[in-house]
Design a protein around this ligand. Structure first.
Ligand SMILES: Cc1cc2nc3c(=O)[nH]c(=O)nc-3n(C[C@H](O)[C@H](O)[C@H](O)COP(=O)(O)OP(=O)(O)OC[C@H]3O[C@@H](n4cnc5c(N)ncnc54)[C@H](O)[C@@H]3O)c2cc1C
Length: 447
């Protein structure tokens, strides 16, 4: 399987028994599902997490690992501020190493347009009292000793940080299980059962489980499960690529974007690197769905996407045939382990950009590489909603390539909301119904 992690279950997945009834069934064992399971279990709820594959096998283990408030849409900033508070003590809370480093986040401006773009976010920072500042070129040079590319300063947030995606969702799952949650891998949800406008259960590959609340946190499959309930979600798929290098001398603990490369360095000196500015769009018939939602902003953001006409189109056509895996598993599950190939050309460029930025200092090479399907929504912000219709449906999806940082607060907010009816934060802008209502803003960024 093309994932940076292995199965979570210590017992054979096929032996895991499903409970007949739970308070909350969670579809999707990514970071959102696992964090929600932890906080709900802590509050005393009986919880089931279902994953059609393995815990955190998709986006949640494949992220760069940036934990940032800066440059976010205003709708996400209060959540991210609250998330940072959780991150600071999360290793203590979950009693395990999460690779958390609270060394800040820096976007270095290579030209005036970048500098102006970064600077414009300071208005948002001030209105929410985020500690973001614009650094002068001299201050950037101090933060990144040896950085050799001409630069015009940078956007810096000292309270931001980084963590290790391969560890976090699994740690939440582990602790949730200790608190009594049922965590079941290789068991997909085929559909959500509703009677008289109220969620009553979930149909799984291993039978039916009664539940008055179902959290749909199924990443890129979420729109398929919602469609069965008559809910249209214009969710789409792009592909991001990341590499881990061999350890090198310590340059900086800051999560950085500079010279076209996104990088963060771990304590052991290894980097996660990625081509900062691009994701791949492997064109399929599926990309025609909901196209009208994206068409206006695709032109504005066209430089961010590499549109590919490749094998994905053929695979998509094959999966529409009656004997395909997708047809056999049904729309709710679709594919168990969607294949995502890393973009080696993009990684080569990223590696060269990093070496050019720190001449003679980065003597590492790529040790591991992977790609991940990123679920996007047309306004560039997620759906986080526990008051969706039908009653008892909660949704957390569409994190547009920046949900890893939000995972802890998304889990906590959903758990509070389900448990007490109060999310504790204003969640209106992230409601599911905004698409049906046509109340959708243009995105500041699509991923
Ligand atoms: C390459 C890349 C780089 C990124 N970098 C960053 C970053 O630096 N910082 C940041 O904040 N964010 C980043 N992100 C985004 C972040 O990883 C995601 O937003 C976040 O992990 C989404 O979590 P999730 O739980 O919603 O989805 P996922 O992790 O995709 O989990 C969904 C789960 O649902 C399961 N599932 C699907 N359908 C069913 C079904 N029918 N039944 C049961 N289970 C089902 C899947 O198997 C999967 O395990 C990045 C993402 C990628 C791919």
């Amino acid at each position: 399987m093309n994932t940076p992690i292995a199965a979570f279950s210590t017992v054979s997945a096929s032996q895991d028994l499903l409970p007949r009834e739970v308070d909350v069934a969670i579809i999707g064992g990514g970071l959102m599902g696992c964090a929600c399971a932890y906080y709900l279990s802590k509050a005393g709820a009986k919880v089931l997490v279902l994953d059609k594959s393995i815990i955190a096998g998709q986006q949640s283990s494949r992220a760069w690992g940036f934990v940032r408030q800066q440059s976010r849409d205003e709708a996400e900033v209060p959540l991210m501020q609250a998330s940072i508070e959780i991150w600071r003590s999360l290793e203590h809370e979950l009693q395990t190493d999460l690779g958390w480093r609270n060394d800040g986040c820096l976007f270095v401006a290579g030209n005036e347009a970048e500098r102006d773009g970064y600077e414009s976010w300071l208005t948002v920072a001030r209105s929410f009292s985020v500690d973001t500042v614009m650094l002068s070129p001299r201050e950037v040079a101090k933060k990144l000793p040896g950085y050799a590319v001409p630069q015009l300063g940078g956007l810096f947030t000292a309270s931001d940080g980084q963590a290790e995606p391969t560890l976090v969702a699994r740690a939440f799952a582990m602790r949730a299980r200790e608190l009594g949650a049922h965590i079941v891998e290789q068991c997909g949800a085929k559909g959500i059962d509703v009677a008289a406008g109220q969620v009553v259960g979930v149909e799984t590959e291993r039978g039916y489980v009664k539940a008055k609340t179902v959290v749909c946190a199924a990443g890129v499959t979420t729109f398929r499960l919602l469609k069965m309930l008559g809910i249209s979600l214009p969710q789409q798929l792009v592909r991001g690529t990341v590499a881990r290098t061999t350890p090198g001398p310590m340059l900086s603990g800051i999560s950085t974007i500079a010279n076209g490369v996104g990088f963060r360095q771990r304590i052991d000196g290894s980097f996660n690197i990625a081509d900062d500015a691009h994701v791949d769009v492997d064109m399929t018939l599926g990309h025609l769905r909901a196209l009208h939602w994206y068409a206006p902003s695709l032109w504005v953001h066209r430089k961010s996407f590499r549109f590919n006409l490749n094998g994905a189109c053929l695979t998509d056509l094959r999966q529409r045939l009656p004997w395909s895996e997708a047809t056999r598993l049904g729309a709710g599950i679709h594919l168990r382990n969607p294949l995502t190939h890393p973009n080696d050309k993009g990684l080569g460029m990223a590696m060269r950009a990093l070496k050019a930025a720190f001449p003679g200092q980065v003597n590492t090479h790529i040790a591991d590489r992977w790609a991940g399907g990123i679920d996007v929504l047309p306004d560039g912000i997620p759906v986080i909603d526990a008051q969706a219709s039908p009653r008892g449906l909660a949704v957390a999806t569409g994190f547009c390539g920046h949900g890893f940082a939000m995972g802890p607060i998304v889990g906590k907010t959903l758990a509070n909301w389900i448990d007490s009816g109060d999310p504790g934060l204003d969640m209106r802008q992230l409601r599911l119904s905004r698409f049906a209502e046509g109340d959708v803003k243009p995105p500041s960024s699509l991923f």
